[in-house]
Design a protein around this ligand. Structure first.
Ligand code: MCA
Ligand code: AMP
Length: 501
């Protein structure tokens, strides 16, 4: 029987440790057994889920990975939910994707059970035992062709509601193989995972690449500075992948620590074979501070939910600060000028367009948005770049409505639509302001309704439960009117200056 390559490979590593846990290390063989058990529970007597959507809500760790594999082995499409999302955000993803099942670990199951009841969804727990067949016997799982759709990830863009990015098993395999080759992953690698598991940085670059390679993952519920650096000090890792905000926070912590605490951690950092930064621009100054402090030269790469990773500085060769390097294996990249011409030379900016087997299949249920986002076979990223001395350098987004904060892509329009429900807000414009730690900080310029007061802390409190914590504005300006052009349309590029002291 043909099997998905990720799972076929896992069988060859059955006795190796996949997820490091000092109390109960989890082997590849355990993950295979658990995922077969959960798959049988999901199937509940059916032979194939046939692309039914199964939402996955679980903390990073063995339950999450076994749950992910289970959905795939049962033939479903996995829809990972953000653990810190609000109930309306969960509801949006569940209803937009028309998921009929939620798979959750024990903690998460209690949190999402009332929503499942209200929406009429089946809730399956990762510790569920499937009904045994009369007479026992091995559970049979369906054969999954590689062109089967595998995952939907909701991503914020230039529309007010997030769009579901659909990838097939073949897309996911291409994304993994490209990185495994470029960064020379092997079964000897050990990597910490502290990134959220509803985005590809954590799912593909860390979890899938590690498990494809027979490597070892160590999971943390979130980025816990002391816990992660403690293990770095013990030289627990060969590889490390994080967003720029995390490197900034680690620089601050290391600089503040006394030498006797700092030096062993720095030695652990220097001992790693590779540290990667991505998801947002890594300022050249941060690159330089990190190298000065630790001796490690960060490798910066560029990617997007729709395409996986496209550009990377080399493993061997010059890792240039402020640049994202060259196309990754299997990825073709071109720059298109405003006139729609392919940029041939250097130093001329253009939109990054990408083609290759890792590029997603479609936006879920949005055929027009899918068509609009391609020029022929080339996906239009909406990011502007230039080629300089061979390497690509990202210059920014074409749309002001996309904010990058803490490595998360946020839609200004989505935040605005929630703020407009506030009784004291008549009009608003949300933008990202430059921020040394977060890359950009969410800022809202608002016109208040007559006679009402508006104040940041109260607004932030009101936003809780309506927006995920990282989408809630950090800066507020109450203005008499928003800047507008001659047509009366709000001119977003003029909004940041409203925040000047
Ligand atoms: C939290 N805080 C913030 C923000 N987030 N302040 C400003 N801007 C923000 N975005 C504040 C909190 O309110 C809190 O303040 C304090 O910071 C600590 O909050 P906490 O949530 O504990 O922060 P953290 O745990 O330190 O989280 C920071 C983080 C996290 C580790 C950087 O945001 C993270 O894991 N980001 C990674 C996201 C990611 O994986 N992106 C990849 C997307 P107070 O103390 O006052 O309450 S995939 C992608 O982009 C593409 C495809 C790619 O290329 O990878
Ligand atoms: P997402 O929509 O969450 O998939 O985030 C993808 C976006 O992150 C890209 O379109 C870029 O704007 C941004 N991004 C990812 N890596 C980098 C990088 N190294 N430098 C600048 N921007 C980046």
């Amino acid at each position: 029987m043909t099997e998905l390559p990720l799972l076929a490979r896992a069988k060859t590593f059955a006795d190796r440790i996949a997820i490091d846990d000092p109390v109960s290390p989890c082997r590849y063989g355990d993950l295979l057994e658990d995922s077969a058990r959960i798959a049988a529970a999901l199937l509940d007597g059916a032979t194939d889920l046939e692309e039914r959507r199964v939402a996955l809500l679980a903390s990073p760790g063995a339950d999450y990975v076994a749950g992910q594999w289970a959905v795939w082995r049962a033939g479903g499409i996995k829809l990972p939910l953000c653990l810190s999302a609000t109930k309306p955000e969960w509801e949006y993803a569940l209803t937009d994707s028309r998921a009929d099942t939620v798979l959750a670990d024990a903690d998460a199951a209690d949190r999402i059970a009332p929503l499942c009841t209200r929406l009429g969804l089946r809730l399956v727990r990762t510790d569920a035992a499937p009904q045994t067949r009369p007479g026992g016997g091995a559970r049979s799982l369906p054969e999954i062709p590689e062109d089967r759709r595998a995952m939907i990830l909701y991503t914020s863009g230039t529309t007010s509601r997030p769009k579901g990015v659909v990838t097939t098993h073949a897309n996911i395999r291409a994304q993994i193989e490209s990185l495994v080759e470029a960064w020379a992953w092997s079964g000897e690698d050990r990597i910490p995972l502290f990134l959220p598991l509803h985005h590809i940085h954590g799912i593909i670059n860390v979890v899938c690449c590690a498990l494809w390679s027979g490597a070892r993952l160590e999971t943390f519920p979130r980025f816990e500075m002391a816990g992660v650096l403690g293990r770095v000090r013990e030289r627990a890792y060969t590889l490390f992948m994080a967003v720029p905000t995390i490197y900034v926070k680690m620089i601050e912590a290391l600089e503040a620590a006394p030498p006797e605490q700092r030096e062993p951690v720095v030695a652990g950092i220097a001992s790693m074979r590779l540290m990667v930064s991505g998801s947002a621009a890594l300022p050249a100054s941060v690159h330089a501070r990190w190298a000065g402090l630790t001796g490690q030269v960060l490798l910066e790469r560029y990617g997007m939910t729709e395409i996986g990773m496209a550009l990377s500085n080399p493993l061997d060769g010059e890792r240039r600060p402020g640049s994202v390097g060259l196309p990754l294996p299997g990825m073709e990249v071109r720059l298109r000028s405003e006139e729609g011409e392919t940029v041939a030379g250097e130093d001329e900016p253009g939109e990054i367009q990408v083609r290759g087997p890792g590029v997603f299949a479609a936006y879920w249920d949005r055929p027009e948005a899918t068509v609009d986002s391609f020029e022929g076979e080339w996906f239009r990223t909406g990011d502007l770049a230039v080629r300089e001395r061979g390497y690509y350098r990202i210059m920014g987004r074409l749309s002001v409505d996309i904010i990058k904060s803490g490595g998360y892509n946020l839609s200004a329009l989505e935040i605005e639509s929630v703020l407009l429900e506030h009784p004291a807000i008549a009009e608003c414009a949300v933008v990202g302001l430059p921020d040394d730690t977060w890359g950009e900080a969410v800022a809202a310029a608002c016109v208040a309704t007559p006679g009402s007061g508006l104040e940041l802390e109260a607004l932030r409190e009101w936003c809780r439960g309506r927006l995920s914590p990282y989408k809630i504005p950090r800066r507020l300006r109450v203005v008499a009117e928003l800047p507008r052009n001659a047509m009366g349309k709000v001119t977003k590029p003029a909004v940041p200056s409203l925040f000047d002291e």
